[in-house]
Design a binder for this molecule. Sequence first.
Ligand code: GDP
Length: 308
Amino acid sequence: MFNTLSDRLAQTFKNLRTKGRLSEADIDATIREIRRALLDADVAVPVVREFTGQVRERALSAEVSGALNPAQQVVKIVNEELVGVLGGQTRTLRFAKTAPTVIMLAGLQGAGKTTFAGKLGHWLKEQGHTPLLVAADLQRPNAVTQLSVVAERAGVPVFAPHPGNQSGADAEYGPVIGDPVAVARDGVETARQRQHDVVIIDTAGRLGVDELLMRQAADIRDATQPDEVLFVIDAMIGQDAVATAKAFEEGVDFTGVVLSKLDGDARGGAALSVTGVTGRPILFASTGEKLTDLEVFHPDRMASRILD
Ligand code: GDP
């Protein structure tokens, strides 16, 4: 991830280093290179525009400082702006004052929700929490089984509708083996009774943004009043990131983002765009298929990684 972008930015800064003082033309040439590198990395156009505008303005008005040469000063500005685009401060998970904390997951099918549900359960358990996973993705026949497998691996209990139970089937949402809203609500209630302090609700996702499914997600949200609605987005999604993120922002008004598949060789545009276009922070990065491939997302560390 970010290899090409990193290389391109490194080259841009290397070119700058040969210059003693930076003219406006030098800065503009640098900005052009940064803009191209970001666009080629699939970063959303409005984000690129805002970013380069800020960097240009600050570079032009940068005071000549004794400690840093002009190239270092530009790198410092780019670094600070990158941290900003990635959300600024690290935003950690918000826990409810009164247990259980309810965390709902939303996103397209294949985004990595179920995998992340297991990782988050495992991560929370390691920290001394007693999470319960709730299988409210009743759209894919396999989803409940998949979550159960993930949950078992994580050593976390799962609340799932019985596969044979056809009652409560809700035609509005298509062929389901139960009512996902009822399952989610019962899951939270069960967590309360059995004193689980965190509930993670896995919900259904389609290949594309789907109105009915978005309504189902909104219904689950309304029924369970989550403390966090985490939008899981595949970092490989490229230019589609913006439209997808906006649709989910409108549909479920998520509170935070999980970037999945950051271990892939995607160009990184989704990672750099999603906070910029939605204003929502990235909380976690999912970096592989193993249970432990999960990182708390730190904007400053990610920016340093890109500029390394
Ligand atoms: P869901 O449909 O949103 O629940 O997505 P899944 O959790 O089923 O993930 C879809 C596919 O992506 C599966 O094959 C996962 O093993 C894979 N996957 C999920 N997260 C990651 C990740 O962080 N890195 C990699 N390389 N693969 C992942």
